[in-house]
Design a binder for this molecule. Structure first.
Ligand code: G3H
Ligand code: ZN
Length: 277
């Protein structure tokens, strides 16, 4: 069932559970993520990034397909616009029926980030849509790893009050697009942020975090855990193995199916690691 993001994330935050938020590029990702969540008996967030929209050329085809997968699922599924810098794209997502958006103005100076985010919050809340923002830029989006960035707890609290955001992405030692799972998280800072900020916290770049540290991050106060690269790795590894073993095959279904199965199985496993069920 398509479910408000706030309902899933707030319930998890109150119960000390994690919520897996996984990226959709192709339709097969959406199918795999929902199959994996159903097998785990856990809710899930399907997210489409502005980068993925750029790849497709527009949001509606992949966005509506993802919403359709969510609507027919037997578990609670939210559909989220990830890392949007463009306010028009946010408006389109709201209009299509997305249950949340991440407005990422983290590259802007603090005052500008507040002003732009507050405006997006005003418009999204009028439509009942949950808004995530980011403070203290999590690196790696441009291929440059910056695991040293940190979000200041007092500034985070002030930012949440000034903007009215519903959840906050914070910098605590992770970095986007890591293939090795050796990021060193600052668990004390996660605890401080949890105590100060007052809205659920979001961990970006979670592909770089080892299983045990993902569980520890949730226990320390992280709620929404964004994982993309790690699942792309699972998908592509399975496709590559299949194609290497079956070089004559040309039917795309034959090699995408093992990729889809590999992602579903890994999602089921990860949702256990995140204490989602
Ligand atoms: O917003 C998406 C995530 O932060 C995913 O990052 O590809 O490093 O797992 P990742
Ligand atoms: Zn991210």
């Amino acid at each position: 069932t398509l479910t408000p993001t706030g309902e899933i994330v707030d319930a998890a935050a109150a119960a000390g559970r994690g919520v897996g938020a996984f990226n959709v590029i192709q339709l097969e990702h959406a199918e795999a993520l929902v199959a994996g969540a159903e097998a785990a008996g856990a809710p899930v967030v399907l997210q489409i990034s502005e980068n993925a929209v750029r790849y497709h050329g527009s949001l509606a085809p992949i966005g509506l397909a993802t919403l359709a997968v969510a609507r027919q699922s037997s578990t609670k599924v939210a559909v989220h616009l990830d890392h949007a810098e463009n306010a028009d794209l946010v408006a389109e997502a709201v209009q299509l029926g997305f249950t949340s958006v991440m407005f990422d103005a983290s590259k802007l100076e603090y005052e500008e980030n507040v002003r732009a985010t507050a405006e997006v919050v005003r418009r999204c809340h009028a439509a009942g849509v949950h808004v995530e923002a980011e403070l203290g830029e999590v690196g790696g989006k441009d291929g440059v790893h910056a695991p040293g960035a940190r979000t200041d707890p007092d500034q985070a609290r002030e930012f949440v009050e000034a903007t009215g955001v519903d959840s906050l992405a914070v910098a605590v030692g992770s970095s986007h697009a890591m293939l090795t799972r050796d990021a060193a998280l600052d668990f004390d800072l996660i605890g401080l942020l949890r105590d100060k900020v007052g809205v659920p916290l979001v961990l970006h770049g979670s592909s770089g975090v080892a299983d045990a540290d993902l569980t520890r991050a949730v226990e320390a106060g992280m709620t929404k855990i964004n994982i993309a690269t790690h699942l792309n790795n699972a998908f592509t590894t399975a496709v590559r193995t299949y194609l290497t073993e079956n070089p004559q095959v040309v039917d795309t279904r034959k090699y995408l199916a093992p990729g889809r199965e590999a992602v579903a199985a890994e999602v089921t496993r990860l949702l256990g690691v995140l204490r989602s069920n």
